[in-house]
Structure formats: C-alpha cells, structure tokens
Design a protein around this ligand. Structure first.
Ligand SMILES: Nc1ncnc2c1ncn2[C@@H]1O[C@H](COP(=O)(O)OP(=O)(O)OP(=O)(O)O)[C@@H](O)[C@H]1O
Ligand SMILES: [Mg+2]
Length: 237
C-alpha cells in the first residue's frame, strides 16, 4: 500500500521459548505521528525491537516503505530509513557530543532536506554548548537530546522513540515534546512510546494500545480522550 509507511501485521515474537507478541498489528502513514501505549511489560519495546530486527519476529509481516523487512538484519532496516531512540538512550559515553552525532551521519540521497550538525544544534542549542563534552558527562535530558539528534543524523523516514521522556525533569520533558511537534510539522513520520497519555493525545494523530502482546485498540486522539474506560482498563490511569 503506497499510503502506508510501516505496516506491521500479525507479528509473533519470542525471547527464547517465551512468546511476548501474539499477532500484533499497527500501521503508520507517511507524515503521521503515532503512539504505542500499554502498561509495563505488555510488549512495547519488543514491538520496536521486532520492527528494527533486533529481536526478529518469527511470524507475521513487517512492511516498511514497500519492502518486507521482517527477516532483514537490523543494519539493513536502519539503512532503509528507520531511526531509533532506544530506551535508556545508549549514546557512546567515550565520544564527544559532536562525535556521537558525526558517527551516526548517513547520506540518504533520497532525503530532500538532509540533517546537518548545524541543524541539530539549532534544534537543541544545549548540544551546541556541550559539543566538546563526552557522552558520559551529559545530564539525562542532554543524553536524550543527543540520542534524538543522532537518530535524525541518519535522515530516517521513520523516527522511533522508546520512552521519549522517561526519567526526565518536567522542563526537559516539555523541550522534548516541543522538539517532537517541530519534527512532526516538518513532515517527519514518528512512532513514539511514552507514559504521558495527555501529551501523546495532544501531539499524535493516532494511537495503538497493546495488551499482552496484542493490539487491543487503535484510534485517533479524539477517540482516545472520549474513552476514559479504555485508559483505565488498558493503561491503568
Ligand atoms: N530479553 C528478554 N528476555 C526475556 N524476556 C524479556 C526480555 N525482554 C523483555 N522480556 C519480557 O517480555 C515482556 C514484554 O517486555 P517489553 O520490554 O517489550 O515491555 P514494555 O511494554 O516495553 O514494558 P515497559 O513499559 O516496562 O518498558 C515482559 O514480560 C518482559 O519481561
Ligand atoms: Mg519498554
């Protein structure tokens, strides 16, 4: 389907003998910002790991930009244009901020307006100030900005954030949400996991709620906010 950027259809994923995803499905259209919600341990990170090929799904289909990617190694999936901001950031502690960004840079000839170091520094002035600092000298918020900047330097068609604002101070969270809405307004397609339903409802186009490895509900922000029962039942709010 040309109007779908990512189509995850009925995937099943296991860690060894322990199955975690049981026929999970979701989809993202170009330019959409979509959330993946669910209580702790329901399989959000595993879904992202399956999309990225880090923990490959053993059944189902994952189509990205028209290609079946379920069985591809993760470096090929990244190269096709999926950029990940992983849970726990995972920036290089022994590289400077600038080196972390440059190390990720990828020239995507298909990208009409590729990211540059200068453009990342405009989005996150804090990173410009910290350009010569090592990754392990950064605060949590700065690390998350760097992780986002690093993912953007690969010029992803789809940016995925696992726990976008977890563990960050309120002001820094606001900065991250602001950055995500700027990216969305530039047409960046985004899949985001976060616990803040109000923020997600404000910023995302559509939502997928998962429960024990299955998609239980999907809908728009208006539909989500109109169903407090849903939030109570599946998100524990
Ligand atoms: N490496 C692993 N080996 C075995 N089981 C795992 C592994 N990683 C996760 N699991 C299990 O898979 C299930 C789903 O975990 P997952 O991390 O995908 O959930 P999540 O929705 O991201 O949770 P959280 O909100 O806590 O981040 C959990 O029961 C978890 O214990
Ligand atoms: Mg998780």
């Amino acid at each position: 389907m040309a109007d779908t950027l990512l189509e995850v259809d009925g995937i099943e994923t296991c860690y060894g003998l322990s199955q975690v995803l049981f026929g999970l499905s979701l989809s993202i259209r170009p330019g959409e910002m979509v959330s993946l919600m669910g209580r702790n341990g329901m399989g959000k990170t595993t879904t992202i790991r399956s999309i990225m090929g880090l923990t490959p799904a053993r059944a189902g289909s994952i189509r990205f930009a028209g290609a079946e990617v379920r069985q591809l190694p993760s470096y090929r999936i990244a190269k096709l244009g999926v950029g990940l901001v992983p849970e726990g950031r995972q920036i290089f502690p022994n590289l400077t901020v600038r080196e972390n960004l440059v190390a990720a840079a990828a020239d995507r000839f298909s990208s009409p307006n590729p990211w540059t170091l200068a453009a990342i520094y405009v989005m996150f002035p804090r990173l410009a100030e910290r350009a010569a600092n090592m990754g392990n000298q950064l605060s949590g918020g700065e690390q998350q900005m760097l992780a986002i900047g690093r993912a953007l330097m690969t010029n992803p068609k789809l940016l995925i954030l696992d726990e976008a604002t977890e563990g960050l101070a309120p002001l820094i969270r606001e900065e991250i949400w602001h950055c995500l809405s700027l990216l969305k307004s530039r047409g960046q397609s985004i899949l985001v996991v976060d616990k803040n339903v109000d923020h997600l409802a404000r910023i995302c186009d559509r939502h997928f709620i998962i429960e024990r490895g299955k998609t239980m509900w999907s809908g728009t922000s208006d539909q989500l906010m109109a169903e407090p029962d849903l939030q109570h039942k599946y998100l524990g709010i």
